[in-house]
Design a protein. Structure first.
Length: 98
């Protein structure tokens, strides 16, 4: 019997699972793409005023500086950054404005 003989296309596809959307381990997203995605997330968040946030990305390591209105906003910004593919580490230097 050869591979897939006697199986429908759906059966062949589900065997072993799909690897769609997965990249090679050695592939790293560019800092520019990471920066762009983070900035979109921060800017479009209804729960965060990103007006005074500065963002620096180098080798997948992200540094946030500036001011936010609350501790919740500080944590939210960090969580949003951590959700981005390619981010290796986050340094959160955001300060709560008083």
């Amino acid at each position: 019997m050869t591979w897939g003989e006697g199986q429908s296309g759906a059966e062949r596809r589900k065997a072993g699972g799909s690897h769609a959307g997965q990249s090679a381990k050695f592939h790293r997203r560019s800092d520019d793409k990471i920066h762009e995605e983070i900035w979109e997330l921060l800017s479009n968040s209804a729960d965060l005023d990103a007006t005074h946030i500065e963002l620096h990305v180098e080798a997948g390591e992200v540094t946030l500086t500036g001011n936010v209105e609350s501790r919740d906003a500080r944590w939210l910004a960090e969580d949003l950054v951590n959700s981005v593919t390619g981010v290796r580490e986050v340094t959160n230097r955001l300060k709560v404005a008083r």
